[in-house]
Design a protein around this ligand. Structure first.
Ligand code: GLC
Ligand code: GLC
Length: 811
């Protein structure tokens, strides 16, 4: 069942009922000011840091769901309703929500009155703009009252939701003609305030929630709206809000619009006050003046459209498959940008007060956005590298504001170092900017420990090479990619973190997965060395890689698939002797992507085992059989009920590894089959089962052992975005940036007759036509570049600004 449809021409998903299975959200903002916005107008705003500069409140596990947001009540006689249906939930005659790139439009209609809220965060300014338009479609004059409403957060979202003994007494506001200023703690150490404004005079306002809503009422029934209007309350402590009242009389056919804004303002210390106790509003006034009319709003919206159009234009495909095109051209790239902006901080599943930026996560996210924003990817790589320890290991997380590693989690996730090579390698292949390797970057954020990025990569590689266990496989430490496979943890007490309690490492537990990574990204490292004319170092690395490959094919091979690990007792994890967790997905994906066992046929066999034991109609599960009880020696993985999360859930993030692995073996049909199972646009019509947004990936889908098989969770902020884009753009469509130029090597279903693709690469534009006259899955028979035959399939780098015509004939 669907709850809307894709409007590709407008690059929008159009939701046609407010009763979506879960709130379906969008992200507004691409610089410093962000808003999460649901299809009914729920959500919240923050400036830069979702924990420390939260502007408006959100209660995650509230009931009903998604109560807090940017609401507008319309009072029409004794009828009260919202254009987005929530929170009053009065039935609408018509409802529609369009989530676009960086903006959202919500429309509702009731009894001949149509109302529209257009939301966006303009580039260059720290504010959310909302244009509200109301029209009288009937033939009678209609007197209406309109009430915008939002609830301020007292900045630190954690403190705001827990430290009530203090924060019930700190709330402060100021009110001027059409603006409400939220200035809690500005009297002391804060240099910032928030402002909610309207571009026309108000007929009333409230700033105390108790006055507007009522102590025992709810946003579904604000006493001021249902009763006799706003009371003019000024909040002192408790819950500061912004609510206003506008009394309008609409003639038949008449429309009116009001522009609202929610801004974040910082003042330098010496300019904080206008007079004692009165905040300096000059910056807020300038912002309000800038967005005072429709022309300014429309211009900002147009600017946003141009910005997104340009970002997405780096990769555009046109194929026979509509769902493929819309994922590649619009939504997958869009989601990659959102993971760039948000990392794992704020979604409807990530509270914005928890995790910092993950070392591993950020390196992988980069794989998905490097082609859109290479300069920012460069900066990100240097930030990440600066949190690496001198021995090559890494802080598992760092804080976006300070860019320092989180000491409370520390290091010991032994896959982390190699992801730095993965990210940097992707950057080099995309940009050819070798100068990044000469950048001097601190270790552990200590400038005294600074060395070149090249040296950072060297230490990443060497860390893995020198931390091996009894079988010669890399030691796993606290965990590898699977944060929940904690082989050295042995936690027996509730509430302990599986990642942080217990020893961070052990001398025995080993990871076959990291071994696969070592081969794959070790090769990338060797190539980088060779490009820098470090032939000896390249050869030495290749020798270590060849050694590791042999070990994987021996100690890492179980007979029909790659093993997962060896635990702290030296027992196999992910092998035929295991009662539960007999076969795991991660090592099959990583080892085959690395090309291990390609010649010997083991790669082929491993993927056949994946299909036989792990595949389901909704995607591939992490392992089988699921763990049915808690295994002390395995950790968090066995803490989840069977089928959920890391315990045999469909972890969407690594399904694309199988796409890449299948393509590595030339299996175009199967690669595409795996791709489409989790690609949101392809499963739009099972939205009632999937439940999360049909335009973005979720972290996981409940596996076949789960009661809610097929139900997704944790949408938006997931490594799935980057890896899916990599899988479809590089493995399936086959456009791969290499160190020497753009390689074209499609691996597609035999039934696809071809496609065209436009790719921006190192400043040049490649117009690529792929033809598949013989209906093959893989293989390039002939390639013409600007009409001339090319030997091989890597197009040498062209001058920036040029356009290159490429014709590829498969066969
Ligand atoms: C989450 C984490 C990621 C990890 C994965 C598997 O997606 O963000 O770092 O690799 O879970 O545990
Ligand atoms: C990943 C996993 C999650 C786990 C967390 C710990 O995000 O998905 O299940 O609790 O890592 O860091």
């Amino acid at each position: 069942m669907k709850y809307g449809f894709f409007d590709d021409a407008s690059r929008e998903y159009v939701i046609t009922t407010p009763r979506t299975p879960l709130p379906w959200i969008n992200y507004l903002g691409c610089e410093s000011f962000f808003t999460l916005l649901s299809n009914t107008g729920g959500g919240y705003s923050f400036y830069r840091d979702a924990r420390l500069r939260r502007l408006t409140r959100y209660r995650y596990n509230n009931c009903p769901l998604d109560q807090e947001g940017f609401r507008i009540y319309i009072k029409d006689g004794c009828n009260v309703w919202n254009p987005g249906w929530q929170p009053v939930q009065a039935e609408l005659d018509r409802y529609c929500c369009r989530h676009g790139l960086g903006y959202t439009v919500i429309e509702g209609e009731r009894d001949g009155i149509a109302a529209r809220q257009e939301f966006m965060v303009p580039r260059g300014d720290n504010c959310l703009l909302i244009r509200f338009t109301v029209s009288n479609g009937g033939d009678e004059t209609r007197p209406l009252s309109v009430f915008p409403y939002l609830e301020f957060c007292l900045w630190d979202a954690m403190d705001d939701s827990s430290n009530f003994q203090r924060n019930y007494s700190t709330g402060e506001v100021e009110v001027t003609a059409s603006a409400i200023y939220h200035k809690t703690e500005y009297r002391e150490r804060r240099d910032h305030y928030a402002v909610f404004w309207a571009n026309r005079p108000v007929d009333g306002f409230d700033t105390s929630r108790e006055a507007f809503i009522g102590t025992y009422s709810s946003p579904a029934h604000p006493e001021a709206v249902f009763g006799s209007g706003c009371t003019g309350s000024v909040a002192h402590g408790w819950q500061p809000i912004a609510a206003q009242q506008f009394d309008l009389v609409l003639q038949p056919g008449e429309s009116r619009s009001i522009l609202f804004g929610l801004g974040y303002i910082e003042n330098p210390e010496e300019e904080k006050w206008e007079s004692p106790g009165i905040i300096n509003k000059s910056r807020a006034e300038a912002l309000m003046a800038k967005y005072a009319d429709d022309t300014a709003f429309d211009a900002a919206l147009q600017d946003l459209r141009t910005y997104w159009e340009d970002l997405l234009s780096g990769f555009q495909v046109s194929s026979e498959l509509e769902s493929l095109d819309r994922m590649v051209n619009i939504w997958n790239q869009y989601q990659c940008m959102v993971t760039f902006n948000m990392s794992r901080s704020a979604s409807y599943f990530e509270s914005g007060i928890g995790r910092g930026m993950g070392f591993r996560d950020s390196c992988q996210d980069l794989l998905g956005f490097v082609h859109m924003i290479p300069e920012r990817a460069r900066e990100r790589i240097l930030d990440i590298a600066a949190t690496q320890f001198p021995d090559g290991s890494a802080y598992h997380q760092y804080q976006p504001l300070t860019k320092k590693g989180n000491a409370d989690i520390g290091s010991g996730f032994n896959d982390d170092p190699l992801w730095l090579i993965a990210g940097t390698d992707a950057y080099l292949r995309e940009t050819g900017d070798w100068s990044i390797l000469d950048e001097i970057v601190p270790f552990d954020n200590d400038p005294d420990l600074a060395r070149s990025l090249m040296e950072h990569l060297r230490r990443s590689f060497n860390y893995t090479r020198t931390h091996l266990g009894p079988n010669g496989l890399p030691l796993i430490g606290r965990a590898d990619w699977n944060d929940c496979l904690n082989l050295n943890c042995f936690s027996a007490h509730p509430g302990e973190s599986f990642q942080v309690s217990g020893p961070s490492d052990g001398p025995v537990a080993e990871s076959v997965f990291i071994a696969g990574m070592f081969v794959k990204y070790g090769r990338a490292w060797a190539d980088i060395c060779r490009h820098r004319e470090l032939e000896d170092e390249a050869a030495e690395a290749e020798e270590a890689i060849a050694g590791m490959e042999a070990i994987v094919l021996d100690a890492g091979w179980d007979g029909a698939w790659f093993r997962r690990a060896y635990d702290a007792f030296g027992h196999v994890v992910g092998g035929k002797e295991c009662e539960e967790g007999r076969i795991f997905l991660e090592p099959q994906g990583m080892c085959v992507m690395a090309g291990i066992g390609k010649e010997s046929g083991q790669a082929e066999q491993a993927l056949a085992s994946v299909q036989e034991y792990l595949d389901t109609p909704f995607g591939i599960v992490l392992h089988q059989p699921a763990y049915t009880r808690y295994h002390l020696e395995l950790g968090e993985i066995s803490s989840y009920p069977p089928g959920y999360k890391e315990n045999a859930g469909i972890f969407c993030h690594i399904n694309p590894w199988i796409v890449c692995a299948e393509a590595e073996l030339g299996h175009g049909d199967r690669a595409f089959e795996v791709y489409r199972k989790t690609a949101p646009a392809f499963i739009e019509d099972i939205s009632e089962i999937h439940r999360t947004e049909p335009y973005v990936y979720s972290q996981m889908i409940a596996g076949k052992d789960a009661v809610s098989f097929g139900e997704a969770k944790n949408s938006w902020l997931t490594g799935t975005a980057a890896w899916s884009f990599l899988g479809v753009s590089q493995a399936i469509l086959g456009v791969k940036p290499t160190l020497d130029g753009l390689q074209i090597d499609p691996c597609i279903p035999a039934s696809v007759s071809g496609f065209t693709l436009s790719r921006r690469y190192r400043g040049a534009r490649y117009e690529i036509t792929v033809e598949n006259p013989d209906g093959v899955q893989h293989g390039v028979k002939e390639m013409l570049v600007d009409g001339c035959p090319l030997a091989g399939n890597v197009i040498p780098v062209r001058d920036a600004g040029s356009t290159v015509q490429v014709r590829v004939i498969m066969g």
